[in-house]
Write a protein of this length. Structure first.
Length: 126
């Protein structure tokens, strides 16, 4: 069964961190919805989630906006029409794990708390 070939280490966010996430719109409701996991929204599990269920309950984010931008341009229905810059802050109960490709993070948090860390939303196609 597909999954990660290394252990997942989940840690409490201890320092501010900038990451990016795809979003289907710029309005507040769309931003909050983008901060919900596939598990919470009932979306199908990614193949890695079938082995490591904890990943199905996380939100996928990227350190590099360009990487996410390329993905969104190839798969706007899946990734989103907008790019959200998130300034994660400690003391909000946010947890994360370095998973997937280089610069990919799985993030766990309350959607409203994660959305409160959003500092910018821009369209994928300008």
């Amino acid at each position: 069964m597909p999954g990660l070939d290394f252990p997942i280490t989940v840690a409490l966010l201890e320092r501010p961190m900038t990451v990016f996430r795809g979003c289907h719109g710029a309005e507040n409701a769309a931003v909050v919805d983008a901060m919900r996991s596939n598990y919470e929204t009932g979306r199908p599990a990614h193949p890695a989630d079938l082995r490591d269920t904890v990943l199905h309950m996380a939100v996928s984010m990227f350190e590099d906006a360009e990487v996410l931008l390329r993905l969104a341009r190839r798969r706007p229905n899946r990734i989103g029409t907008h790019l959200v810059r998130v300034e994660l802050q400690p003391s909000h109960g946010i947890c994360l794990a370095d998973t997937g490709s280089r610069g990919h993070w799985s993030v766990w948090g309350i959607p409203d708390e994660l959305a409160a860390c959003v500092v910018d939303v821009v369209p994928v196609h300008k």
